[in-house]
Structure formats: C-alpha cells, structure tokens
Write a protein that binds this ligand. Structure first.
Ligand SMILES: [Zn+2]
Length: 126
C-alpha cells in the first residue's frame, strides 16, 4: 500500500536554495530616464481665440489689445504676391508693371481692430 503523505511539505524547485553555492546574480535593470517624465499638461487655453484663418473681408475678431469684440477693419497692402505680380508683369511689359499695385487681389489684407487699430491678423496671398 502506498504511503500518501499529504502533510509533508513539498517545496517547488525554485524555492530550494543550496547553501554554499553562489546565488546567481540577479538581473538588475537600471532604468535610466534621460529626461524626467513630468506630467506634461496640454497647452494652456489661450485668453482669447483668434480666428485661425483671415479672409479678405472684414470678419468678427476679438482684439488682442483692447479685448473688444467686433468686426475687423481691413486694409490692402502690397505683399509678396503683389511684388511677384509686379515682377511678372514687368517681364511681359514694363508699361503695365503698375497694374498689380492697384489690383486688390494681388495684395495682402491686414485686419485691424476697429476700436484701437491693433493689427490682429493678416491674410497673405502667398
Ligand atoms: Zn483693439
């Protein structure tokens, strides 16, 4: 008859340690953090939300200077596109080089606050 000894403790092999034998070196993983990871908060909410895209026509804005909400004033100014058009026209006929200077579609559009005149945005043709 087999002897069943249920009370004898049975140790799993991984718990058996033989004295005298050097313990295998434990793997030491040194996690080097080059940059301390800090909880990077998202970009702070701006005080105002300016329109991302300015068009050629007056549009509702919130002034960054006087914080007044209103419709922007627009003005046409010669920008890069205008001078490129002048140069291109000059190549065709120098007599017509002045034409892009009077065509608003060749010019950039500056949006200014109607209250204080602060430049709040520019619509560039190129
Ligand atoms: Zn203003």
């Amino acid at each position: 008859m087999e002897k069943t000894n249920q009370q004898a403790p049975t140790y799993p092999p991984q718990y058996q340690q033989t004295p005298g034998q050097p313990q295998p070196p434990q793997a030491q993983y040194v996690v080097q953090q080059s940059t301390p990871i800090t909880s990077a908060p998202g970009p702070q909410a701006p005080m105002y939300v300016a329109p991302a895209v300015f068009g050629e026509f007056p549009q509702p804005i919130t002034c960054i200077n006087c914080k007044q909400q209103g419709v922007s004033m627009t003005e046409k100014v010669m920008g890069a596109a205008g001078w490129v058009a002048v140069f291109g026209t000059c190549l065709v006929c120098c007599c017509l080089a002045w034409v892009p200077c009077v065509i608003d579609t060749c010019k950039d559009t500056n949006h200014r606050c109607s209250n204080c005149g602060m430049l709040v945005g520019t619509k560039k043709m190129i």
